[in-house]
Design a protein around this ligand. Structure first.
Ligand SMILES: Cc1cc2nc3c(=O)[nH]c(=O)nc-3n(C[C@H](O)[C@H](O)[C@H](O)COP(=O)(O)OP(=O)(O)OC[C@H]3O[C@@H](n4cnc5c(N)ncnc54)[C@H](O)[C@@H]3O)c2cc1C
Length: 577
């Protein structure tokens, strides 16, 4: 029987990373949860066994239900009927299959009907579902909103809404407005407190809201009259049963057609404040977005995996000039690069997930007792890493996903352009990954902080210090050389003394650093399993050359040129280009 978890050896490899022991022990409170819940694991092996069993169930649903439905879902799409979103038949079947299997809310604590899983198995599940149908991954993935409710809402809201997630109640994250996209500080949707009914009322428009008709909505709104920036924004929970939203339209999109994207009008909609006033964007949305960006990382890896498989299958069957096209070096190189990139981005996905997992586990501990000095230091260490690895992952994985689906279509030739093969849908679906949850350009704005602060370089030195099998030493030497060149490029860029010039090269710096980090991750993977040695070799050769190009651009400005740009205000970059 087909199973998307069992047919992919890479997933189990990442699930069994050495850090997992620590993560599971923290999550299960030294396995004391077993005293209160019969379903809680008694030790590490027991926990891993449960994760694998649940992922096998999800893997089977992906192979038997979600993937076979993907084409009809893409064709049929959702409908707007009497101000309600009706999912495509296949979407509804997918949703029900997962509800019946009891696998929603696997990461929530047991008291909220969850399975208390760490982040890693949840991310594996996201990857599996994205491989099966990228558009359905959004409906599944928006359950991340529960994490925000868990972390910041009152006990009353948590007790009411969190147990609903396991039952399949859906969520949405309502941030974007016509004049507030990348710049969420500009959000205008108005929240006013209604003394009479003792609740907040929301009025205004939101657009591009995925799953806009969800049961539980988290809405960013301006609660402080007269303010214009982030400090006037709060976060609210809206319950669909209050029926105070008009769905103005369902968007007609290029891809992810099964995922309903809505324009909404809030008509005096009753809502409850989530957390503290004024902290909406500054704290809660930033946390939610980081979780969602990890989700897009998983979505990109899952879709890339699906595209690689389609291309490998096609190239192994199609013959031209009397032989399988797979045998042509030009085709083989594309396939090899696609696999290599998928392995690299997957390593980055699970490395980032481990950092987020540990950071959140410390934060959770801090809710029940005061952390020791040592624990606080460690929490900050993982927090700093999670803060910069998450946007770097979103940037790299979404861009790679686009490149991989592009090459997968190329390998299909004209057939790929037709709707007869799934790659046509996958190519369209990939395009959104580098746009929503913050465009690639905005991920650079967040990730470049890790370049300036030295967080990335410090972590690279830690990777460098890890002992490895002597066979892998030549690869490490290349990474050491790439790091030293990258450090020089960073120093050069820091010396620009012109922030526009620094912004101009920021993406090159972030991508150079990402290439080195993924190179190290693949070498460390190869140290655990020789399956990854080939990918490590190819990836380092490929990115070494790419980094040289980026460095050449950064070093290309003479001191004289830079001095002259220092004196021109505003237009320096435009003049330069
Ligand atoms: C299918 C789909 C689903 C979505 N789902 C949701 C959802 O569920 N909830 C939600 O709230 N939103 C959702 N969105 C909105 C999405 O997050 C935004 O579209 C995205 O953040 C970009 O905003 P924008 O479209 O207004 O583009 P703009 O912000 O206008 O950006 C236009 C261009 O300018 C660039 N740019 C803008 N600012 C900068 C800067 N400072 N530096 C460099 N470049 C910059 C951008 O990178 C981009 O290339 C969805 C969008 C789509 C298309």
């Amino acid at each position: 029987m087909a199973n998307f978890f069992l047919d992919n050896e890479h997933l189990k490899f990442h699930l069994t990373h050495p850090l997992m022991k620590r993560i599971v022990q923290m999550k299960e409170n030294d396995y004391t949860e077993a005293q209160s819940y019969v379903t809680a694991p008694i030790d590490f092996e027991d926990a891993m066994d449960t994760y694998e069993q649940v992922l096998e169930i999800i893997g089977e649903i992906c192979a038997d239900v979600i993937a076979p439905n993907a084409e009809s879902v893409d064709e049929e799409g959702p409908q707007l009927v009497c101000n309600e979103v009706m999912y495509a038949c296949g979407t509804q079947q997918n949703h029900e299959a997962l509800i019946n299997a009891g696998v929603y809310a696997i990461y929530l604590p047991r008291k909220y009907k969850g399975l208390n899983f760490p982040m890693i198995p949840y991310v594996v599940a996201n990857e599996l579902i994205s491989r099966a149908d990228c558009s359905f991954a959004n409906i599944w993935g928006l359950q991340d909103c529960a994490e925000t409710i868990y972390e910041f809402a009152s006990e009353e809201l948590k007790d009411k809404y969190l147990p609903m997630i396991n039952l399949g109640y859906t969520c949405s994250m309502d941030l974007t407005e016509p004049d507030a996209g990348s710049d969420l500080q500009a959000v205008q949707l108005k929240a006013t407190f209604d003394e009479e009914s003792n609740c907040w009322r929301l009025n205004g428009v939101k657009r591009f809201i995925t799953n806009g008709d969800a049961d539980i909505k988290l809405v960013l709104a301006r609660s402080e009259e007269g303010t214009k920036d982030a400090r006037g924004l709060s976060y609210f929970l809206y319950d669909r049963k209050d029926k105070a939203i008009t769905i103005r339209r369902l968007e007609h999109k290029l891809g992810i057609k099964g995922s309903p994207t809505c324009e909404l009008v809030f008509n005096n909609a009753p809502a409850q404040l989530l957390g503290e006033r004024r902290m909406g964007l500054i704290k809660y949305v930033m946390t939610l977005m980081n979780g969602a960006r990890l989700g897009i990382g998983a979505q990109s890896v899952g879709l890339a995996e699906a595209a690689c498989r389609e291309a490998e299958k096609y190239a192994g069957e199609r013959e031209q000039f009397g032989k399988k096209i797979l045998k042509f070096p030009a085709v083989f190189e594309m396939l090899s690069n696609m696999r290599t990139k998928t392995n690299a981005m997957r390593s980055l996905l699970y490395e980032t997930s481990r950092f987020v997992d540990i950071q959140k586990l410390f934060e959770d501990k801090a809710r029940t007792r005061t952390l020791t000095q040592e624990e606080r230091t460690e929490m900050k260490y993982f927090q700093r890493l999670a803060d910069v690895y998450t946007p770097m992952l979103k940037l790299v994985s979404s861009e790679y996903c686009n490149q991989i689906t592009y090459d997968a279509m190329q390998i299909h030739g004209g057939t790929g352009f037709m709707q007869d093969f799934p790659i046509e849908r996958m190519y369209r679906d990939a395009r959104i990954t580098s746009i929503y949850e913050g465009t690639s350009q905005l991920q650079v704005v967040a990730a470049i902080r890790g370049v300036g602060s030295g967080v990335f370089l410090n972590k690279i030195k830690e990777y460098e210090a890890e002992s490895i099998n002597p066979d892998l030493q030549p690869l490490k030497e290349q990474l050491i050389d790439m790091t030293s060149r990258c450090e020089k490029a960073i120093e050069k860029a820091k010396g620009y003394e012109n922030s526009e010039m620094y912004d101009l090269v920021a993406r090159r710096l972030v991508e150079s650093i990402a290439n080195i980090i993924m190179g190290y991750l693949l070498v460390l993977d190869a140290n655990r399993s020789s399956v990854y040695t080939h990918s490590a070799r190819i990836f380092i050769a490929m990115t070494n050359a790419q980094n040289r190009e980026k460095e050449a651009f950064i070093h290309s400005f003479s001191d004289k040129e830079l001095a002259s740009y220092k004196t021109t205000s505003g237009l320096s970059c435009e003049e330069l280009l």
